[in-house]
Design a protein around this ligand. Structure first.
Ligand SMILES: [Zn+2]
Length: 235
């Protein structure tokens, strides 16, 4: 029988490897060449995330807050109409190449020593990656407690080192464990990743449980990341 501590360690190792490589993870939305209109945002913001940590003290709190506030992500902007996309491509309206631009990731970051927790509010249109949070906090010797990190809302679980044939068993394992209301996996040959789009119900599962279920299948040795991407608004 596998203890949850072991499972956590496995996850942290996987994240370490991921962070060290510093490989940008392409997001699924929006697709290349489909930049958003500048005027009216067509995506929802990622909802605030709150999670438990260890190692947060009155001493490192200011630095932790500063580092989280300084987190950046890259977007691609049309020089003409200022439409913005998450991936390189061209503006469908102006037919010109989108230009890369670095933008702030979070609107707010509120660490609390008293509650041993951190609450973040992503800026509109930004994609949040667990690995970015984990790496940033680790610089200040703060560890995310994966048993107190709810995989809330609509997220994508990223699994590396698996194949197309592993998609169904992974989906099945998550559904049988009843961790999420919806699970849909896609294998991306270009990156060798499986992306499992999940939607949590009223009680989102902690990351440690998700990791334990994926590890339990024996086919997901590299559960690598979780990301929350803004979803297109229904028109
Ligand atoms: Zn344009």
């Amino acid at each position: 029988m596998k203890s949850s501590n072991l499972a956590c360690t496995g996850l942290l190792l996987a994240l370490c490897v991921t962070s060290a490589g510093a490989r940008p993870i392409p997001t699924q939305q929006p697709t290349p060449g489909q930049a958003r209109d500048a005027g009216a945002p067509k995506t929802e913001s990622v909802p605030p995330l709150a999670f438990g940590v260890s190692g947060l003290t009155a001493d490192n709190l200011p630095k932790v807050k500063e580092s989280l506030a300084a987190l950046e992500s890259q977007v691609f902007v049309c020089p003409g109409c200022k439409a913005e996309g998450a991936l390189a491509g061209s503006c469908s309206a102006c037919k010109v190449a989108l230009e890369p631009r670095t933008v702030k990731l979070l609107k707010t970051a509120e660490p609390s020593v008293e509650n041993a927790s951190i609450r973040i509010t992503p800026d509109a249109g930004r994609t949040v990656r667990y690995s970015d949070l984990e790496r940033t906090l680790r610089q200040h010797l703060v560890q995310i407690d994966s048993s107190k990190f709810p995989v809330a809302g609509t997220a994508q679980l990223v699994v590396r080192g698996a194949t197309d044939a592993d998609v169904s068993p992974l989906e099945e394992a998550l559904l049988q464990a009843k961790l999420f209301d919806e699970v849909e996996g896609v294998y991306e040959p270009a990156t060798g990743e499986i992306r499992l789009a999940v939607r949590a119900g009223k009680t989102p599962p902690p990351l440690s449980k998700v990791e334990a279920v994926l590890e339990g299948t024996g086919i997901a040795p590299r559960f690598a990341d979780v990301l929350w991407a803004p979803r297109p608004l229904k028109s």
